[in-house]
Design a protein around this ligand. Structure first.
Ligand SMILES: *Cc1c(COP(=O)(O)O)cnc(C)c1O
Length: 433
């Protein structure tokens, strides 16, 4: 029987709503705390850096939230994204499993981050804001926000983690192309950056430090806000368009995943693909489905971190978030999956992991690159080092299916392409990672 390699969804079928998992949490989630009073934060506490529409999304308990037309228009540049059957990889692994991936890499900046950058730039513009300041790891978030800011006529300033700034120079070029101003972080432009440089002039930087620098800059001007690329509820909310589309695509081929996999840096692409399927597990219509979050062994937030209140940034400027954390001072080694070098994980994902609703695994860099190479050779797409963590786990699951003779359906999120990570692939091929 003929089976499609790519499952397309018509543009007219782009989901009109985001899915808010807070409406379906089995137990209430611990609220963010104001660090000064140790009391739950109120919307006003966040209004110095975020527009009210995003703050209301952050705390909303509505199950579905409508996507504005202006944002849908931008999604139509590259959405719906294809759901692709990794049939060559299946053959190579000789597995009875069906492996599907949702491909988020074919858009102007090459990762899922545009799903939230468009929405965040839109709501800030609507609130009369003139400029956004942000952090970026490997540069996918910075370039996505730069592109969105350009579209809505906002200025954009980006603090890019120094190790990635040096490893991935072309992402800086991409940001500059969209007229964003880019600094390597830690920088001497902020107190937070200068403090780190005083102790170590060669600091590789971390997402936690870059966030501190960006917030410090953003609060200095009334017309300037801060924007975060992951972790927070509203960011994961915007990413649920990935899983909502995937649900419709599985309906077309009359299938449903048994296992859903995503890599986790702050948790946004994993939440984006997993939450719409988790809805079925949480309301009891699908009980057997497994959810697996994958992280680097060198930054093992979920698998080895503590579940506790911690700051989202190095200089303690954010509210305290209840999450799995390696500590806000943790500086991960300079692995090439720059987007996964974060000390914490989204409070929603941390809560679900703590309740045992989702699972987590950690892999080291070389086994992740082995998986990336096998995937590139069989499917012809060069994956981002971050996304390759999800590929590694999908392969592990497919091998278990072979050993047990079980034809399960595996879904993973291919959160981005690796065409601007070829420097890392070059090192891998020369055994110099
Ligand atoms: C940023 C990024 C990640 C990690 O961030 P999450 O918020 O956990 O999704 C993963 N993959 C790619 C391609 C990224 O750009």
């Amino acid at each position: 029987m003929y089976s499609s390699k790519i499952i397309f969804l018509e543009q007219s079928k782009i989901p009109s709503h985001y899915y808010n998992i807070l409406a379906d949490m089995p137990l209430p989630i611990a609220p963010p705390l104001n660090p000064a009073t140790k009391k739950p934060i109120v919307p006003q506490d966040l209004s110095a850096i975020f527009p009210m529409d995003l703050i209301m999304q952050e705390v909303s308990s509505d199950r579905f939230i409508e996507i504005p037309d202006e944002v849908l228009d931008l999604y139509r540049i590259s959405r719906p994204t294809p759901l692709i059957r990794a049939s060559n990889l299946e053959k190579h692994l000789d597995t009875p499993a069906k492996i599907y991936f949702k491909y988020e890499g074919a858009n102007p900046t090459g990762s899922h981050k545009t799903n939230t950058s468009y929405a965040q730039a839109y709501y800030n513009k609507k609130a009369g804001i003139k400029k956004l300041v942000t952090e970026t790891g490997a540069g996918q978030w910075g370039s996505s926000l730069a592109m969105a800011c350009k579209h809505f006529g906002l200025e954009c300033e980006v603090f890019m983690v120094r190790v990635s700034y040096n490893q991935k120079p072309y992402r800086k070029t991409l940001m500059n192309l969209f007229d964003a101003e880019v600094h390597a972080s830690p920088s001497n432009l902020t107190n937070a950056g200068r403090k780190i440089l005083e102790v170590n002039t060669d600091s590789p930087g971390s997402l936690g430090i870059a966030i501190s620098e960006a917030i410090e800059k953003a609060v200095q001007r009334e017309d300037t806000n801060y924007s975060l690329g992951s972790v927070l509820n509203h960011v994961l909310l915007h990413q649920t368009i990935i899983g909502e589309e995937a649900r419709l695509q599985f309906e077309i081929v009359n299938e449903y995943p048994d296992v859903v996999i995503g890599c986790v840096g702050g948790g946004s692409n994993f939440g984006g693909i997993a939450f719409p399927f988790l809805r079925d597990k949480l309301n009891g219509t699908k009980n057997g489905i497994k959810f697996i979050a994958v992280e680097p062994a060198s930054c093992p937030t979920l698998t080895e971190g503590k579940f506790d209140y911690d700051f989202g940034d190095e200089a303690c400027m954010t509210p305290l978030l209840k999450m799995y954390t390696l500590g806000h001072k943790f500086i991960p080694p300079g692995i090439h999956a720059g987007g996964l070098r974060y000390h914490g994980a989204a409070p929603t994902i941390s809560h679900l992991y703590n309740l045992g609703v989702i699972e987590a695994r950690a892999y080291n860099q070389s086994e992740v690159f082995d998986a990336a190479k096998l995937f590139a050779q069989s499917e012809g797409i060069i994956p981002a080092p971050e996304s390759s963590h999800a590929i590694k786990e999908a392969i592990e699951q497919a091998v278990i299916c072979r050993e047990e003779g079980k034809p399960k359906t595996i879904l993973f999120n291919l959160s981005g392409h690796g065409l601007l990570d070829l420097g890392a692939y070059e090192l891998y091929l020369n055994n110099k990672l």
